[in-house]
Design a protein around this ligand. Sequence first.
Ligand SMILES: Cc1cc2nc3c(=O)[nH]c(=O)nc-3n(C[C@H](O)[C@H](O)[C@H](O)COP(=O)(O)OP(=O)(O)OC[C@H]3O[C@@H](n4cnc5c(N)ncnc54)[C@H](O)[C@@H]3O)c2cc1C
Length: 306
Amino acid sequence: MTTAVRLAEDPARPRVRVVAAHRRDACTSAAAGAIWDPIYASHPDVPRWSMRTYETLCHLHGRGRPEVRLVDGVEASRHVIPAPGWARELPHFRVAAPEDLPPGFRSGWWYRAPIVDMPPYLRYLERRLRSSGGRVSAHRFETVDEALRRADIVVNCSGIGARELVPDPDMEPVRGQLVAVRNPGITRFFAEHTDELEEMTYLLPQGDVLLLGGSADKDVDDPVADPQVARGIVERCATVDPRIGRAEVLGHRVGIRPQRPVIRVEREEAGGKVIAHNYGHSGAGVSLSWGCADAVAGLLEGDLQR
Ligand SMILES: Cc1cc2nc3c(=O)[nH]c(=O)nc-3n(C[C@H](O)[C@H](O)[C@H](O)COP(=O)(O)OP(=O)(O)OC[C@H]3O[C@@H](n4cnc5c(N)ncnc54)[C@H](O)[C@@H]3O)c2cc1C
């Protein structure tokens, strides 16, 4: 949806239509937490794409968009590790003192991060798309060729759907789950830093709601909440703040992360038409969204002018 907005607002003014198989609230993006954190995706341009997204989300917050909050908090590891370079460049960065860390954590760092309330944010993006003349419709494409019969330029942002659509055997589903509870008064985020997606502990305050995470079930593409996973999430988060153990559970969120060894942002030609791929963002698609949207617009610059 971000890429569609970026293209619809491009000076070349292409006519943009989003065609999506899932309802807006049923796609992976609607399930995300969604804190800006560029660690769970791989591509040499991740630093650039993530910083571009950081700036854009801060800009949206500055313009009063209620779906984007700027929150201070701690990212922490269960091992003794140095803060990554990207964290050191962020506002309010400082190394966490031992007393800032919950039991079981041995190093950490503070920074200020955007946290996005995804369901209303996706609605905002869709309104913004429509106000630039873009349209949205529901349909599942069986092949990319089917999409190419409808338009001269196809942008493939199909997430885990790329596994069948392209088809791309490098795509792996990684199911993620969150628990939404009534916020007992937590205003700082806490995010566990791990080397790769696995069972993690994180607390993301979104006003009256607190999102608790998380899980990473590899090769699972069934987007149904598992009550046992949910109980584990609440128990782990209660070790960070005991108030969570007593908080009212409001709901569960589940999504399938589109994992790929390297994100695919690439232009291809097919029978005089053009495809730009933009998928495989794993656990960091929100954090890279505006940077990748710019990258796609850059790949298509000449095509859009033609
Ligand atoms: C629990 C959880 C927590 C997360 N937390 C964070 C976070 O804190 N920060 C962060 O940056 N990221 C986070 N992520 C990752 C992030 O959600 C994803 O990387 C991102 O949403 C992927 O976006 P996407 O647009 O590629 O995929 P999607 O949101 O899945 O969108 C793909 C779209 O393509 C459509 N589609 C697919 N196949 C077809 C087809 N054949 N024909 C037509 N349409 C098709 C789908 O219907 C859908 O509309 C989290 C993910 C989960 C599951």
